[in-house]
Design a protein around this ligand. Structure first.
Ligand code: ZN
Length: 309
């Protein structure tokens, strides 16, 4: 009789135990595959942020790894009282992407942003976001180098560029920080590095028509240049892909992406996804698959806005 009870108990309880175990596993898997939360900041820019933010959002969301929220600041020339309701909660996100180049943020927002990145948050700086906040010391440390915004070579730091495949900090050349010629197609060269953002990708690829920033300057500390392109203006390899450490945080900075057309490049899409994932936790796992249509050294690979990967 006791044996029978034991058998019956086993039959009844075993599936329950199994069920409880599989629930735990499913929960764990769900947690593991939770999308990475990205906050895009826009609202002011000397570029057409209304047309580029949707491309950035698409670039990140098409692979199913990221979930994007957009926070739009008050418009240009807003008086201080008009800013009091704009205070993004950075800590709700895994990383923050700036498509912003405009008025200085209120002090509280500045402080929250610095604390967020310094304490291990991610930051992705795209194109003219590196023109912003020329006088904000901590921001300049985060992005390593920037242009315009009153920046001057030497006074505001080194001109970071690449010579013979190695990053150099030029501290003797004078002039204004930041420059570019007319948009054109150009080759992006990856430097010799085992950094996960460029690992497995062709080391030379043709980018779609874009502005090629040059003479970016700044503190240029704790920065690794992963990709560069030759400027017709400076005849030097200028940084196109950079990673910076700031406190416990990680920053991915790309001067690429002047407009929607420039962003609709499979190379830009792929590097943006990888750089954004890396900014979250220093890893590139979920975005590491190399797309079959990645550009080659002599052929660009435009992405249609509605194209799904
Ligand atoms: Zn531009």
């Amino acid at each position: 009789m006791n044996k029978l009870i034991c058998i019956i108990t086993s039959i009844v309880t075993l599936p329950l135990i199994g069920c409880a175990e599989s629930e735990t596993k499913a929960e764990a898997e769900k947690k593991e595959i939770a999308k990475l939360k990205v906050l895009i900041i826009d609202g002011q820019n000397n570029h057409n942020w209304k047309s580029t933010t949707p491309v950035l959002k698409h670039a990140l969301e098409e692979g199913g790894v990221f979930e994007v929220t957009v926070s739009t600041s008050p418009p240009k020339d807003t008086k201080p009282e008009g800013w009091k309701d704009w205070n993004p909660k950075f800590s709700d996100y895994d990383t923050v992407l700036s498509n912003y180049n405009g008025q200085m943020w209120p002090e509280t927002v500045q402080k929250n942003f610095v604390d967020y990145v310094a304490n291990g948050g991610g930051f992705v700086c795209v194109h003219a976001a590196d023109n912003a906040f020329g006088n904000w010391e901590e921001y300049n440390k985060m992005i390593a180098v920037g242009g315009w915004g009153g920046r001057k070579l030497i006074r505001d730091g080194a001109w970071l560029h690449v010579v013979d495949g190695k990053a150099v900090r030029d501290t003797t050349t004078k002039g204004n920080g930041g420059g570019h010629g007319k948009p054109h197609e150009f080759v992006v060269n990856h430097l010799d590095s085992d950094h996960p953002i460029i690992k497995g990708l062709p080391n030379k690829w043709l980018h779609t028509k874009d502005e090629l920033y040059c003479k970016l300057c700044g503190p240029a500390e704790n920065v690794e240049v992963l990709g560069s392109a030759e400027s017709k203006l400076t005849k030097r390899q200028e940084p196109m892909l950079m990673v910076i450490s700031y406190g416990k945080g990680r920053v991915f900075h790309t001067p690429l992406g002047h407009d929607a057309e420039a962003m609709r490049c499979r190379g830009f899409y792929e590097l943006l996804q990888r750089g954004t994932e890396w900014s979250v936790n220093g890893k590139v796992d979920r975005t590491a698959e190399v797309p079959s249509d990645f550009p080659t050294v002599d052929k660009t690979s435009p992405v249609a806005p509605e194209e799904k990967k």
